[in-house]
Design a protein. Structure first.
Length: 444
């Protein structure tokens, strides 16, 4: 590829005065504009590649592809920067709360006090589920994974809100967004209660978003339950850290499903399904299982050797990231939150935390991890915090889903406002059989 002048793409799409990329192929030459974002890497606009040169790009895993334009979240993976609508994650985690961050992600700016109060009232009002949703839970085995319950009930909820299909209506899209953010903690807490065989606890308007979730998880009719403000604050911060992360696998799934015009609840159910995998949101559960399997510090060296062995398929869970090639800024806040929670709970010695710290230290000194720029990610410490809070391992990814719903919904909404919106329809690099003819079948 070489640099030359732009053609084919309307001038308003080209970065003014910026470079273009020329592709020479099969005796033809075509010029593609380089678009400049407000921050970060520039992108080559290859929309006319097929039309001009009869070529597609090949990018398995889409690691080199900007699949959409977005104004929501910015990541600089080399510097370890994460911004929501321009605000650094550390500032939001320190000075904001999850409801305010949800408003920011959804509507683009921090709310005024009045906007905040109206928003919180709306979330409270819609946290309640249709009473018939209770019946959905009875269809699941008591030992069902709560992610399968969450996925099923969120998709099922679409049947209660048929007007959600009216996606061309902005007010309807906004109602769906609020409904999803408001109801997901209730569904998540009920999935947990169902696994215990305990009565469901209803949402309450006098609690904050996170207090309400903790109350629905842990309150029981037999005894008073008081939400611990320090734990609630810690969980609220964890929710902020998980709220959005630009075009990751589950968000891309939501955008892809949304591009077909599907019901928003169904799109979020698709996102939940994608999040479940251990390479994505399921990693927090996998980290705890991994630490339990390692068991003792003496076993760390042999475990690291297994991770490095290309034939073993064992990975150091909670390490590595497609975008971060430096510290994941969320992991650092997560680690300090972990100490804060353990202090509050009076846990002087947590063997899993000690094991995790040692594992991290050793990995960060090991050439294998250094050369590949593998650092702890958001999931490395979150499981230890959840465990200390009394949350069972199978619920870890559910908590991630509760928080990420606001990101999914914001990205889904943004996609609808995008004038470039089209159905997602990638192409492929076909390497299967060339056309061939059938012989007479043996059964004829
Ligand atoms: N342990 C051991 N080796 C690793 C790891 C790991 N956790 N992550 C990457 N590598 C190696 C990988 O084997 C490859 O080595 P080589 O070049 O010799 O073949 C190299 O590093 C590049 O890895 P990759 O698989 O091409 O990287 P990716 O961008 O496709 O994968 C990832 C990113 C997050 C899936 C991967 O790092 C991983 O599997 N991590 C463990 C699971 C995890 O913690 N996931 C949570 C991600 S953060 C939360 C979220 O966004 O969901």
């Amino acid at each position: 590829m070489s640099q030359a002048k732009s053609e084919n793409i309307p001038p308003q799409n080209t970065a003014q005065g910026e470079n273009v990329v020329t592709v020479n192929y099969n005796g033809k030459s075509s010029v593609f504009p380089v678009l400049k974002g407000s921050m970060g890497d520039h992108v080559v606009d290859i929309r006319n590649l097929k039309k001009n040169l009869d070529l597609f790009t090949f990018d398995p895993g889409l690691g080199g592809t900007a699949s959409c334009e977005s104004k929501i979240t910015y990541i600089d993976g080399d510097k370890g920067v994460l911004l929501y609508r321009g605000y650094p994650i550390a500032q939001l985690a320190e000075q904001s709360n999850f409801a305010e961050v949800s408003y920011l992600l959804l509507y683009g700016n921090l709310p005024t006090r009045q906007e905040y109060e109206v928003f919180v009232d709306r979330l409270n009002e819609h946290a309640l589920l249709h009473e018939q949703i209770r019946n959905f839970f009875n269809g699941f085995r008591r030992d069902a994974h709560p992610m399968s319950i969450l996925c099923g009930t969120v998709a099922g909820l679409s049947a209660f809100y048929p007007e959600g299909t009216d996606i061309s209506n902005e007010a309807s899209r906004d109602r769906s967004a609020i409904n999803l953010i408001a109801k997901i903690p209730t569904l998540a807490a009920w999935a947990y209660k169902y696994s215990l065989g305990e009565p469901f606890v209803y949402p309450r308007s006098d609690y904050s978003y996170t207090e309400n979730f903790l109350n629905m998880m842990f309150a029981r009719p037999t005894e008073p339950y008081k939400v611990n403000p320090i734990l609630s604050r810690a969980l609220d911060r964890i929710f902020i850290l998980h709220a959005d992360h630009e075009q990751n696998a589950s968000t891309s799934t939501v955008r892809l499903a949304g591009s077909t015009g599907a019901h928003p609840f169904a799109c979020i159910a698709a996102g939940i399904a994608a999040l479940w995998g251990p390479a994505h949101g399921g990693a927090n559960e996998a980290v705890l299982k991994m630490l339990n399997a390692i068991g003792r510090k003496e076993n760390i060296p042999s475990f690291i050797e297994k991770v490095k062995d290309k034939n073993s398929e064992v990975r150091l869970m909670g390490f590595g990231h497609r975008v971060y090639k430096n510290f994941d800024p969320r992991a650092q806040i997560m680690q300090s939150t972990c100490y804060e929670v353990l202090r509050e709970l009076g846990v002087k010695k947590e063997p899993l935390l000690e094991l995790a710290v040692e594992l991290e230290e050793r990995a960060l000194k090991d050439d294998y991890f250094v050369e590949r720029k593998l650092y702890p990610n958001v999931d490395f410490y979150s499981g230890i915090i959840f465990k200390a809070m009394g949350i069972p391992t199978s619920m870890f990814t559910v908590l991630f889903a509760v928080a990420r719903t606001v990101g999914w919904v914001s990205q889904w909404k943004e996609a609808f406002d995008d004038p470039l919106r089209r159905i997602y329809r990638p192409r492929q690099h076909y390497t299967g059989p060339v056309e061939r003819n059938m012989k007479t079948s043996y059964w004829l």
